[in-house]
Design a protein around this ligand. Structure first.
Ligand SMILES: [Zn+2]
Length: 427
């Protein structure tokens, strides 16, 4: 697993990517009947792939392919070489199963260690890992990376939050790895226990696995008096460790391009989009053995930039994912992402970062009801606030929500384990 400097020139990187792409296409064609059929149907032979310029001739792989090939149709190695299995649960249907060889696990640890290093974590740090351990890749992904880096890892997994607060205080954890919604829940729980979360020694929050708007990040940073660093990944590619922000810039996540080749496409036409335009992220694994992945449509909408980063790393950066194609809501013919609502409501100081969206259908008309929490101890006038929030939402969404309920702090149910649920579609 030859490493590469994160400051290598883009030309050199491209050469390495081209070589690795050729190897990956050949490996997939030779060892995975699914890919052989797809490539043959498209009239693409591995010998036709000179480099990354030819990647557009390779057919896409989709979430549906992972489900159709359940459980092991995408494996490129035999059971002898598989050391571990993970799975990502879908909301519907079968889970997507992925496997790792010994080299794959080494790679995963290496890219996770690199991500945490970019976040400013070092061997002297204690990382409290509150991602769920198990089939979900979050827990073991961060765990392996922290150990690889030589940091101390406290494998708390998710849940049991009072004990997490006690451990963070008593072990003087320097970082916590968790979802953004859990970071807030953790801070609230500390408050309730009479522990000021700002007094804890946590100085870094390694968050990911859920979309997180900039106002939400600011809220997390403020509540914990820490730096919030976003991480990106998905089980189909490896888990977390595909991309991570650097602490220096906190301005987009560097994709570890020596192992994952990114493209952005128009989600409707599948055409490649030029750098800087928003579209669907497509990723190709360049070094994975057990489950090589060719041009995987992530469903995540983002923008890429190769502009120089202040940290000096040359690898391309992706924007925070504004929405997953899966999260897209169509309400009265308007496309909207929950993050658009989050962005608007968190601009208002009296509003806490907890909300839920309920969708109903009355006759032929969609109805959107929003419930938002007020900050702790709010005793101001709500009527004017409600109008102001509704006006701003109407401006952004181009329709006015049918109901806006401003509720007391602590009313909306918190998510202690797993990913937060904010949208309830009753239609
Ligand atoms: Zn950077």
């Amino acid at each position: 697993m030859a490493g590469i400097s994160q400051h290598t020139s883009r030309e050199e990187l491209r050469e390495l990517q081209s070589k690795r792409l050729r190897d990956t296409v050949e490996h997939a064609h030779e060892n995975v009947p699914f890919y052989r059929e797809r490539l043959d149907e498209a009239g693409v032979s591995p010998a036709d792939i000179d480099g990354v310029d030819d990647i557009e001739t390779v057919p896409f792989t989709t979430k549906a392919d992972f489900r159709d090939e359940y459980p092991d149709g995408l494996f490129a190695v035999g059971d002898d070489d598989v050391l571990r299995i993970h799975a990502s649960s879908g909301t519907t249907g079968k889970p997507k199963i992925v496997a790792y060889t010994e080299d794959d696990l080494d790679l995963w640890n290496a890219v996770m260690a690199r991500s945490m290093d970019a976040a400013g974590i070092g061997p002297a740090d204690t990382v409290q890992n509150a991602y769920g351990y198990g089939l979900f890749t979050g827990g073991l992904g961060f765990h392996g990376g922290a150990e690889e880096l030589g940091a101390t890892v406290v494998p708390t997994s998710s849940g049991n939050t009072q004990r997490q607060v006690e451990l963070a205080r008593d072990l003087e954890s320097d970082a916590i790895a968790c979802t953004p919604s859990y970071a807030l829940y953790f801070a609230e729980t500390a408050d309730e226990m009479g522990v000021d979360p700002r007094d804890l020694s946590i100085s870094t929050v390694l968050y990911g696995a859920e979309p997180c708007t900039e106002p939400m990040r600011e809220e997390i940073e403020d509540r914990l008096d820490a730096t919030g660093i976003e991480n990106y990944g998905l089980s189909e590619l490896i888990g977390p460790g595909v991309a991570a922000e650097c602490r220096e810039a906190q301005d987009g996540m560097h994709i570890w391009e020596d192992h994952f080749y990114p493209e952005v496409i128009d989600p409707q036409t599948g055409e490649a989009l030029p750098e800087g335009e928003e579209g669907e992220l497509v990723l190709t694994s360049l070094t994975k053995e057990a489950v090589p992945v060719l041009r995987y449509r992530t469903g995540d909408l983002t923008t890429l930039t190769s502009d120089e980063c202040e940290c000096g790393r040359t690898m391309v950066r992706m924007d925070s994912v504004t929405g997953r194609a899966d999260d897209l809501l169509i309400v009265r013919g308007v496309n909207l992402y929950p993050s658009q609502i989050e962005d608007v409501v968190l601009e208002f100081d009296p509003i806490a970062p907890q909300y839920r969206i309920d969708l109903y259908r009355e006759g032929t008309l969609d109805r959107l009801e929003l419930t938002i929490e007020l900050v702790d101890g709010f005793d101001g006038e709500t009527a004017a606030l409600r109008e102001a929030v509704l006006d701003r939402l109407e401006n952004t969404l181009s329709f006015r929500p049918d109901a806006l309920d401003l509720v007391e702090y602590g009313t909306i149910e918190r998510t202690e384990v797993g990913k937060v649920k904010r949208v309830y579609d009753h239609r």
